[in-house]
Design a protein around this ligand. Structure first.
Ligand code: FAD
Ligand code: UDP
Length: 370
């Protein structure tokens, strides 16, 4: 048996918070990471003075003061407010859906006019309670916005028709009858000055923590399972069980990043392309997350694709079929006494960063402090 108390598989936010808090309680922790760097999907890398969000735009937001204070121990945050725009065949609309969107689309000026317009379009549902993403979207914002800003974007993002997807996905977005383009309703929001990677570096910089990158747990699962008294696993739960109950579905992404010799390419950090023809879902211009003034810029086109073995599993696909299968894996997980499953992949949940931190802190309370 090794002298470590815990093996943490994965150096993303969940693994790092767990390792940090356990180490503070005097536990010895080994972290293994299969990628060549730490930080999981929140990894950022400085290129030409610009923090590049290597795995997609990450904006921290929460209404939980304790979580905000927690993350602020590791970085100072700027005042960035996410206000993406949608480009539909060259027409620009503000997101999330708000009075600016309604005004541009319909010419309406008052909240009452906008509500009447949506009410009129919602009639196609004939009072039905929304059961899928399409019905939920139409019920929230009407058929015009659904057709121009939701239907094809969602199809590109998830590879499924809106009728086959759960309603909760679209409920992530606020709908507002004010002229407010802030994508989130949360009290606290920002981007860590100097990027996200430093946060994970600081969490893992403790005498009780050893980190090894380029190490895949599955290269020697038997060894790790016998050598460590407890394992915190933040990889794919179905892979842990060798897919014995079947494969869960994931969505993968492909990122195309380029440096351009212009100071301002698109005038905003995030532009969503909501038509069916544009093959990517969005373009990120990284410098705008930190109000960068450099002469050049770096942009990333994000393409969504079906996950197959070997791809990075960025998103769980939480429809009924997969949630049911996950439940069956969770039952198996509960019998694995020495393994704790956590994070977006271990819990198969569409977690944002603040939720991952909350879940990891809860896990530490259950495991280490009790
Ligand atoms: P991960 O970051 O995936 O970490 C898991 C780690 O485990 C990875 O580093 C992986 O390589 C490693 N690993 C897996 N299997 C093994 C193995 N077998 N052996 C060794 N290591 C292994 N959240 C927000 O709050 N705001 C946002 O704006 C936002 N935007 C996002 C945009 C995109 C495109 C994506 C994909 C996610 C976004 N999120 C956002 C969510 C955020 O990325 C997650 O909540 C968070 O990173 C999850 O942390 P985690 O530790 O659970 O997972
Ligand atoms: N969505 C959309 N059009 C947009 C932005 C979002 O239809 O311009 C829908 C889409 O289904 C997406 C969901 O809203 O999957 C959630 O959007 P969010 O921006 O939260 O997605 P994420 O950043 O997690 O990819």
């Amino acid at each position: 048996m090794s002298t470590y108390d815990y093996l943490v598989v994965g150096s993303g936010l969940f693994g790092a918070v767990f390792a940090h808090e356990a180490a503070k309680q005097g536990k010895k922790v080994k972290v293994i990471e299969k990628r060549e760097h730490i930080a999981g999907n929140i990894y950022t890398k400085e290129v030409d003075g610009i923090q590049v969000h290597q795995y997609g735009a990450h904006i921290f937001h929460t209404s939980d003061k304790a979580i905000w204070d927690y993350i602020n121990q590791f970085a100072e945050f700027n005042r960035y407010t996410n206000s993406p725009v949608a480009n539909y065949k060259g027409e620009i609309y503000n997101l999330p859906f708000n009075m600016n969107t309604f005004n541009k689309l319909w010419g309406v000026v008052t909240p009452q006019e906008a509500q009447e317009k949506i009410e009129e379009q919602r009639a196609v549902l004939a009072g039905k309670t929304p059961e899928n993403l399409e019905e939920q979207a139409i019920s929230l914002v009407g058929t015009d916005i659904y057709e121009k800003l939701i239907k094809d974007y969602t199809m590109k993002q998830w590879g499924k028709e809106c009728t086959e997807l759960p309603a909760f996905i679209i409920r992530r977005l606020p709908v507002r009858f004010t002229y407010d383009n802030n994508y989130f309703n949360d009290t606290y929001q920002g981007i860590p000055i100097g990027g996200y990677t430093q946060i994970i570096e600081k969490m893992l910089a403790h005498d009780n923590i050893d980190v090894e990158v380029n190490v895949d747990f599955f290269a020697d699962k038997e060894y790790y399972m016998s050598e460590f008294p407890k394992v915190v696993f933040t990889g794919m739960i179905d892979q842990f069980f060798n897919y014995e109950l079947g494969e869960l579905e994931y969505r993968s992404l492909r990122f195309e990043t380029e440096s351009l010799p212009v100071s301002n390419y698109q005038g905003n950090a995030v532009v969503n392309y909501t038509d069916a023809e544009t093959p990517y879902t969005r373009i990120i211009e990284h410098k705008h997350f930190e109000f960068g003034q450099q002469d050049s810029t770096i942009i990333t086109k994000e393409y969504s694709k079906t996950w197959t073995k070997g791809d990075e599993p960025y998103y769980p696909v939480n429809n009924d079929r997969n949630n049911k299968l996950y439940k069956a894996y969770k039952a198996l997980a509960e019998q694995e006494e020495k393994v704790i499953f956590g994070g977006r992949l271990g819990h198969y949940r569409y977690y944002d960063m603040h939720q991952v931190i909350a879940a990891a802190l809860q896990c530490v309370r259950n495991e280490v402090l009790d």
